[in-house]
Design a protein around this ligand. Structure first.
Ligand code: HEM
Length: 135
C-alpha cells in the first residue's frame, strides 16, 4: 500500500496521475455523468485515449513547460450544461486525493494550486459565480 511519493515531477508520474484521476472521476457520482456523456464509460475507448493524451500534455505544459498542449482549456467546458462551483469543488477534491497518493506534499501543493487557480478562472469566465457585480 505505502509507496514512495514522487519528488521529481516527470512524464511518467503525470501519466499515472491523469489515469488515476479519471479512474476515480468515473467512480464519482457527481463527476462521472459529465465524462460519460462526453467520452463514454470505458477509459480504453478512442475518445478517452485522445482525452488522456490531451491531459498528459496539458499537465506537462502546466508543470514542466513541455508537452504539446496548444488548446484552449476553457472551451469544452463552455458546452457542459449543469456545471456549478460545487462541481468544481468536487473535481478539486478528487484531484487532490489522487495527487496525495502519488506526490510529495510540496508537489501536491504545486499541482493543486494550479488547478485551483484555473478552476477559479473557469468559474468566473463561465459566469457561474454568485457575485452579481458587472465588470
Ligand atoms: C467541474 C469540473 C469539471 C468537469 C465536469 C470537466 C469536464 C470536462 C469534459 C467533459 C471535457 C471534454 C472532454 C472531451 O469532450 O474531449 C473536459 C476537457 C478538459 N478539461 Fe475539464 N472538467 C472540469 C474541470 C476542469 C479543471 C478544473 C481543469 C483544469 C485544471 C480542467 C481541464 C480540462 C482540459 C485541459 C480539457 C481538455 C481541453 C482540450 O480539449 O483542449 N477541467 N473537461
Amino acid at each position: 500500500m505505502s509507496q514512495t511519493l514522487v519528488e521529481n515531477i516527470d512524464r511518467g508520474s503525470i501519466e499515472k496521475l491523469v489515469r488515476s484521476f479519471y479512474a476515480k472521476v468515473l467512480e464519482d457520482n457527481v463527476l462521472a455523468p459529465f465524462f460519460i456523456n462526453a467520452l463514454g464509460d470505458d477509459m480504453r475507448n478512442d475518445k478517452w485515449y485522445e482525452h488522456l493524451i490531451t491531459l498528459d500534455n496539458f499537465w506537462l505544459g502546466m508543470m514542466l513547460e513541455e508537452g504539446k498542449y496548444m488548446g484552449d482549456p476553457l472551451l469544452p467546458h463552455v458546452f457542459l450544461a449543469g456545471l456549478t462551483p460545487e462541481i468544481f469543488d468536487q473535481w478539486l477534491k478528487v484531484f487532490r486525493e489522487t495527487l496525495e497518493e502519488i506526490y510529495t506534499p510540496s508537489n501536491v501543493r504545486k499541482f493543486h494550486g494550479k488547478a485551483k487557480a484555473l478552476s477559479t478562472r473557469f468559474i468566473k469566465d463561465l459566469e457561474l459565480d454568485d457575485d452579481d457585480d458587472y465588470e
